[in-house]
Structure formats: structure tokens, C-alpha cells
Design a protein around this ligand. Structure first.
Ligand code: 5AD
Length: 355
């Protein structure tokens, strides 16, 4: 008979993770597979404790600018995949992007995240020009790029132009699972090559994955944890998978808020100093999803700064929230709801802590 892991055992595993910042694959698996409300609450309290040690009750805010939804890739989960002919494609001009930054600066943002599909129109030259102009106009701000897989040389040119950070989720650290989520032109090897290049060039590097993506098993999540531990990214973004009607995964079930929060707690204990956003996807599937993310160990929120006219077009998944509290323009509502749970949204670049 298989014995069910009892509470005492689960608590001791969480304590071990808190103390050592790592577990064996078997131990991560045991925690994930046997989790219950009691261990989750314990994990979250430990996650808050360690986050408090490095960040106090501060929450960093990042202004997200979704500057193009053209994409040459065809990822099976993503609403802006190449073969979605229902997507209304758009690109922001350099001028548009700079005016988003200007508005964001006035609202208290000191990091601008430029996110887009892999759009060949935005050559390295164009990206570098945009980065330079933002850094010139806002020298006390960080620029984060989230524009996909590029060559090492391209990444080096962005860094030289002044970009500070780069986000590139690995999506899943299991090769076979990676193959089920992506077209055959994309490989986990190249994704990992990109992440290693980004780290070694000197970017504060972010990676992450979707929770509950089609075909994901606990073993995939365990591999994700082992991969994070090895890579030591400065930032980790995770959110629930949410189906999009115009993709092959339209009928696949949505990932759960509960498991996403549990994984956030595990990530906080594994990478104590990481910058971890409570993502838009989490806020989309549950009211208060983002607050719950903060209470599970996240310390960043990324409100949307894109122009209102394009906001509904950057649809990675169904029902993506766009105008409520996740909107940069409603930052005062967001500040208030963070205050209500004991946190403070700060005006700060919010770099990864040095030592
Ligand atoms: N559901 C949830 N997250 C998604 N992403 C893309 N499509 C979806 C979806 N259907 C996430 C991916 C990507 C990030 C920008 O958005 O993880 O890296």
C-alpha cells in the first residue's frame, strides 16, 4: 500500500527548502503531488518571510509596453501565433513607444518592459535605436526587453545600446513537453542557449513557464524547478495557461490558480532574491489573483502601459484583462489594493539586489 505523505513530512520538506534553497527532484515532486491547504499556507508564510528579508513590504512596478503583435513563430498555445489570421496585427512607432514611457514616468514607473512577438520588422538596429532613445530620455530608468530568441551578437548589441534586463520564458524544461507546445523549428536547446548567452552578457535575466499547460505533468514542473535552480535567473515569471479560441489548444483546460500560487511559493524559497511578478494571467483567471500572488511570494506587478487603442489586440489568451487595475492608468487603485494587504508599490528601478 502506498502511504500518503503526512503533514509533518510535508512541513519538514518545506523547512528543508527554506533552509537549503533546494530539494532533490523526488522531494519537489512529493511536495507538489501531496500538497493541501495546510502545507500551502505554511509554504506561503515561509515565502513571505524570506521575501521580507530582502525586500520588506515593497512591491516593484514595471510598465509593460506591448509594442508589436506580429510574430514569425507558431507556438501552439499563443494567440498571436503566425497562423492566427483572426489577430489584428499592429506595431507601435518609436514615437508611440516613447510617449508610453513618458506617460509611465509621470505615473511613477522606473522600468519599461518592451514586449512583442518575434517581429522581423524590428531589426536589431531599430531595437537599439528605441533602447537608446528611452535611456537618453529617462536615464534613471531600466529598460527590459522581451522579444524572443536572437543570436548572441544581437543580444550583445541590445546590451551595448543600454538595455538592462531581458525576459525569455523557457516555457517548460522537459524536451518532450517542449516539443508538444512548439512548432518543430523551435527547440529547448536553442532556448537554453539564449538564456545562457543573456546571463553571460550581463543582462538581469528572466525566465519562467506556464502552469497547467497542455500535457504538463508533475515531472515537468520538477524539471522546471531544477532548471531554475541551475540557471539562477534574476527574474521568474509564471502564470496559468489560459486557452485562446484561435489556437489548436482552444479546448484544453485552463491551468489552476491554486497550483500557480503553490509554484510561486516554491520558486520564492528556491531563489530567495528573485524578482517574481504576480502576472496578468493570474489576475485574469481570478479576481484578486495578483494580490494572492503577492501573498504567495511574488514581489513585482507589471501594469499595462500600451496605448488603449491596441490593448485589446495583444491577446495571448482569452479574456485577457486590459483596462482595470492592471492598467498603468489605474495605478492608484493598484496601490490601494496592495496597501490593503500590507504592501507598498514603490517608485524605483527595482534592480536585483547585489550581494
Ligand atoms: N496562456 C497563458 N500564458 C500564455 N503565454 C502565451 N500564451 C499563453 C496562454 N495561452 C505566455 C508565455 C509567454 C508569455 C509572454 O506569455 O509563457 O512566454
Amino acid at each position: 500500500m502506498i502511504e500518503k505523505t503526512d503533514s509533518k513530512r510535508l512541513i519538514s520538506l518545506a523547512d528543508k527548502l527554506y533552509k537549503n534553497t533546494s530539494l532533490s527532484p523526488e522531494e519537489y515532486k512529493e511536495l507538489i503531488d501531496n500538497r493541501n491547504d495546510e502545507i500551502s499556507q505554511y509554504l506561503f508564510s515561509k515565502a513571505r518571510e524570506i521575501r521580507h528579508k530582502y525586500y520588506g513590504n515593497k512591491v516593484y512596478i514595471r510598465g509593460l509596453i506591448e509594442f508589436t503583435n506580429f510574430c514569425k513563430n507558431d507556438c501552439l498555445y499563443c494567440g498571436i501565433r503566425r497562423s492566427n489570421h483572426n489577430a489584428q496585427r499592429y506595431r507601435l512607432s518609436e514615437e508611440d513607444i516613447l510617449s508610453c514611457c513618458k506617460e509611465g514616468y509621470g505615473l511613477g514607473f522606473r522600468t519599461f518592459v518592451l514586449q512583442g512577438g518575434e517581429d522581423p520588422y524590428f531589426s536589431d538596429e531599430r531595437i537599439c535605436s528605441i533602447v537608446k532613445k528611452i535611456k537618453e530620455a529617462f536615464p534613471n530608468c531600466a529598460v527590459t526587453l522581451s522579444i524572443g530568441e536572437k543570436s548572441r551578437e544581437s543580444y550583445e548589441s541590445y546590451f551595448k545600446a543600454g538595455a538592462d534586463r531581458f525576459l525569455l520564458r523557457h516555457e517548460t524544461a522537459d524536451r518532450c513537453h517542449y516539443g508538444k507546445l512548439h512548432p518543430k523549428e523551435l527547440s529547448l536547446e536553442n532556448r537554453m542557449r539564449c538564456l545562457k548567452d543573456l546571463k553571460s552578457i550581463g543582462f538581469q535575466t528572466g525566465t519562467g513557464f506556464m502552469v497547467g499547460s497542455p500535457f504538463q505533468t508533475t515531472d515537468c514542473l520538477v524539471k522546471d524547478m531544477m532548471f531554475l535552480k541551475e540557471l539562477q535567473p534574476e527574474m521568474v515569471g509564471i502564470g496559468p495557461f489560459i486557452p485562446h479560441n484561435d489556437t489548436p489548444f482552444r479546448d484544453k483546460p485552463q491551468g489552476s490558480c491554486e497550483l500557480t500560487l503553490f509554484m510561486l511559493g516554491l520558486i520564492r524559497l528556491t531563489l530567495p532574491k528573485a524578482l517574481i511578478p504576480a502576472t496578468t494571467a493570474l489576475g485574469t483567471i481570478e479576481k484578486d489573483g495578483r494580490e494572492k500572488g503577492i501573498l504567495s511570494g511574488a514581489n513585482v506587478v507589471m501594469p499595462n502601459l500600451s496605448p488603449m487603442s491596441v490593448r485589446k489586440k495583444y491577446l495571448l489568451y482569452n479574456n485577457k484583462i486590459a483596462t482595470g487595475e492592471e492598467s498603468a492608468q489605474s495605478i492608484s487603485l493598484l496601490r490601494q489594493s496592495l496597501e490593503n494587504i500590507g504592501y507598498e508599490a514603490v517608485v524605483s528601478k527595482g534592480d536585483y539586489p547585489k550581494d
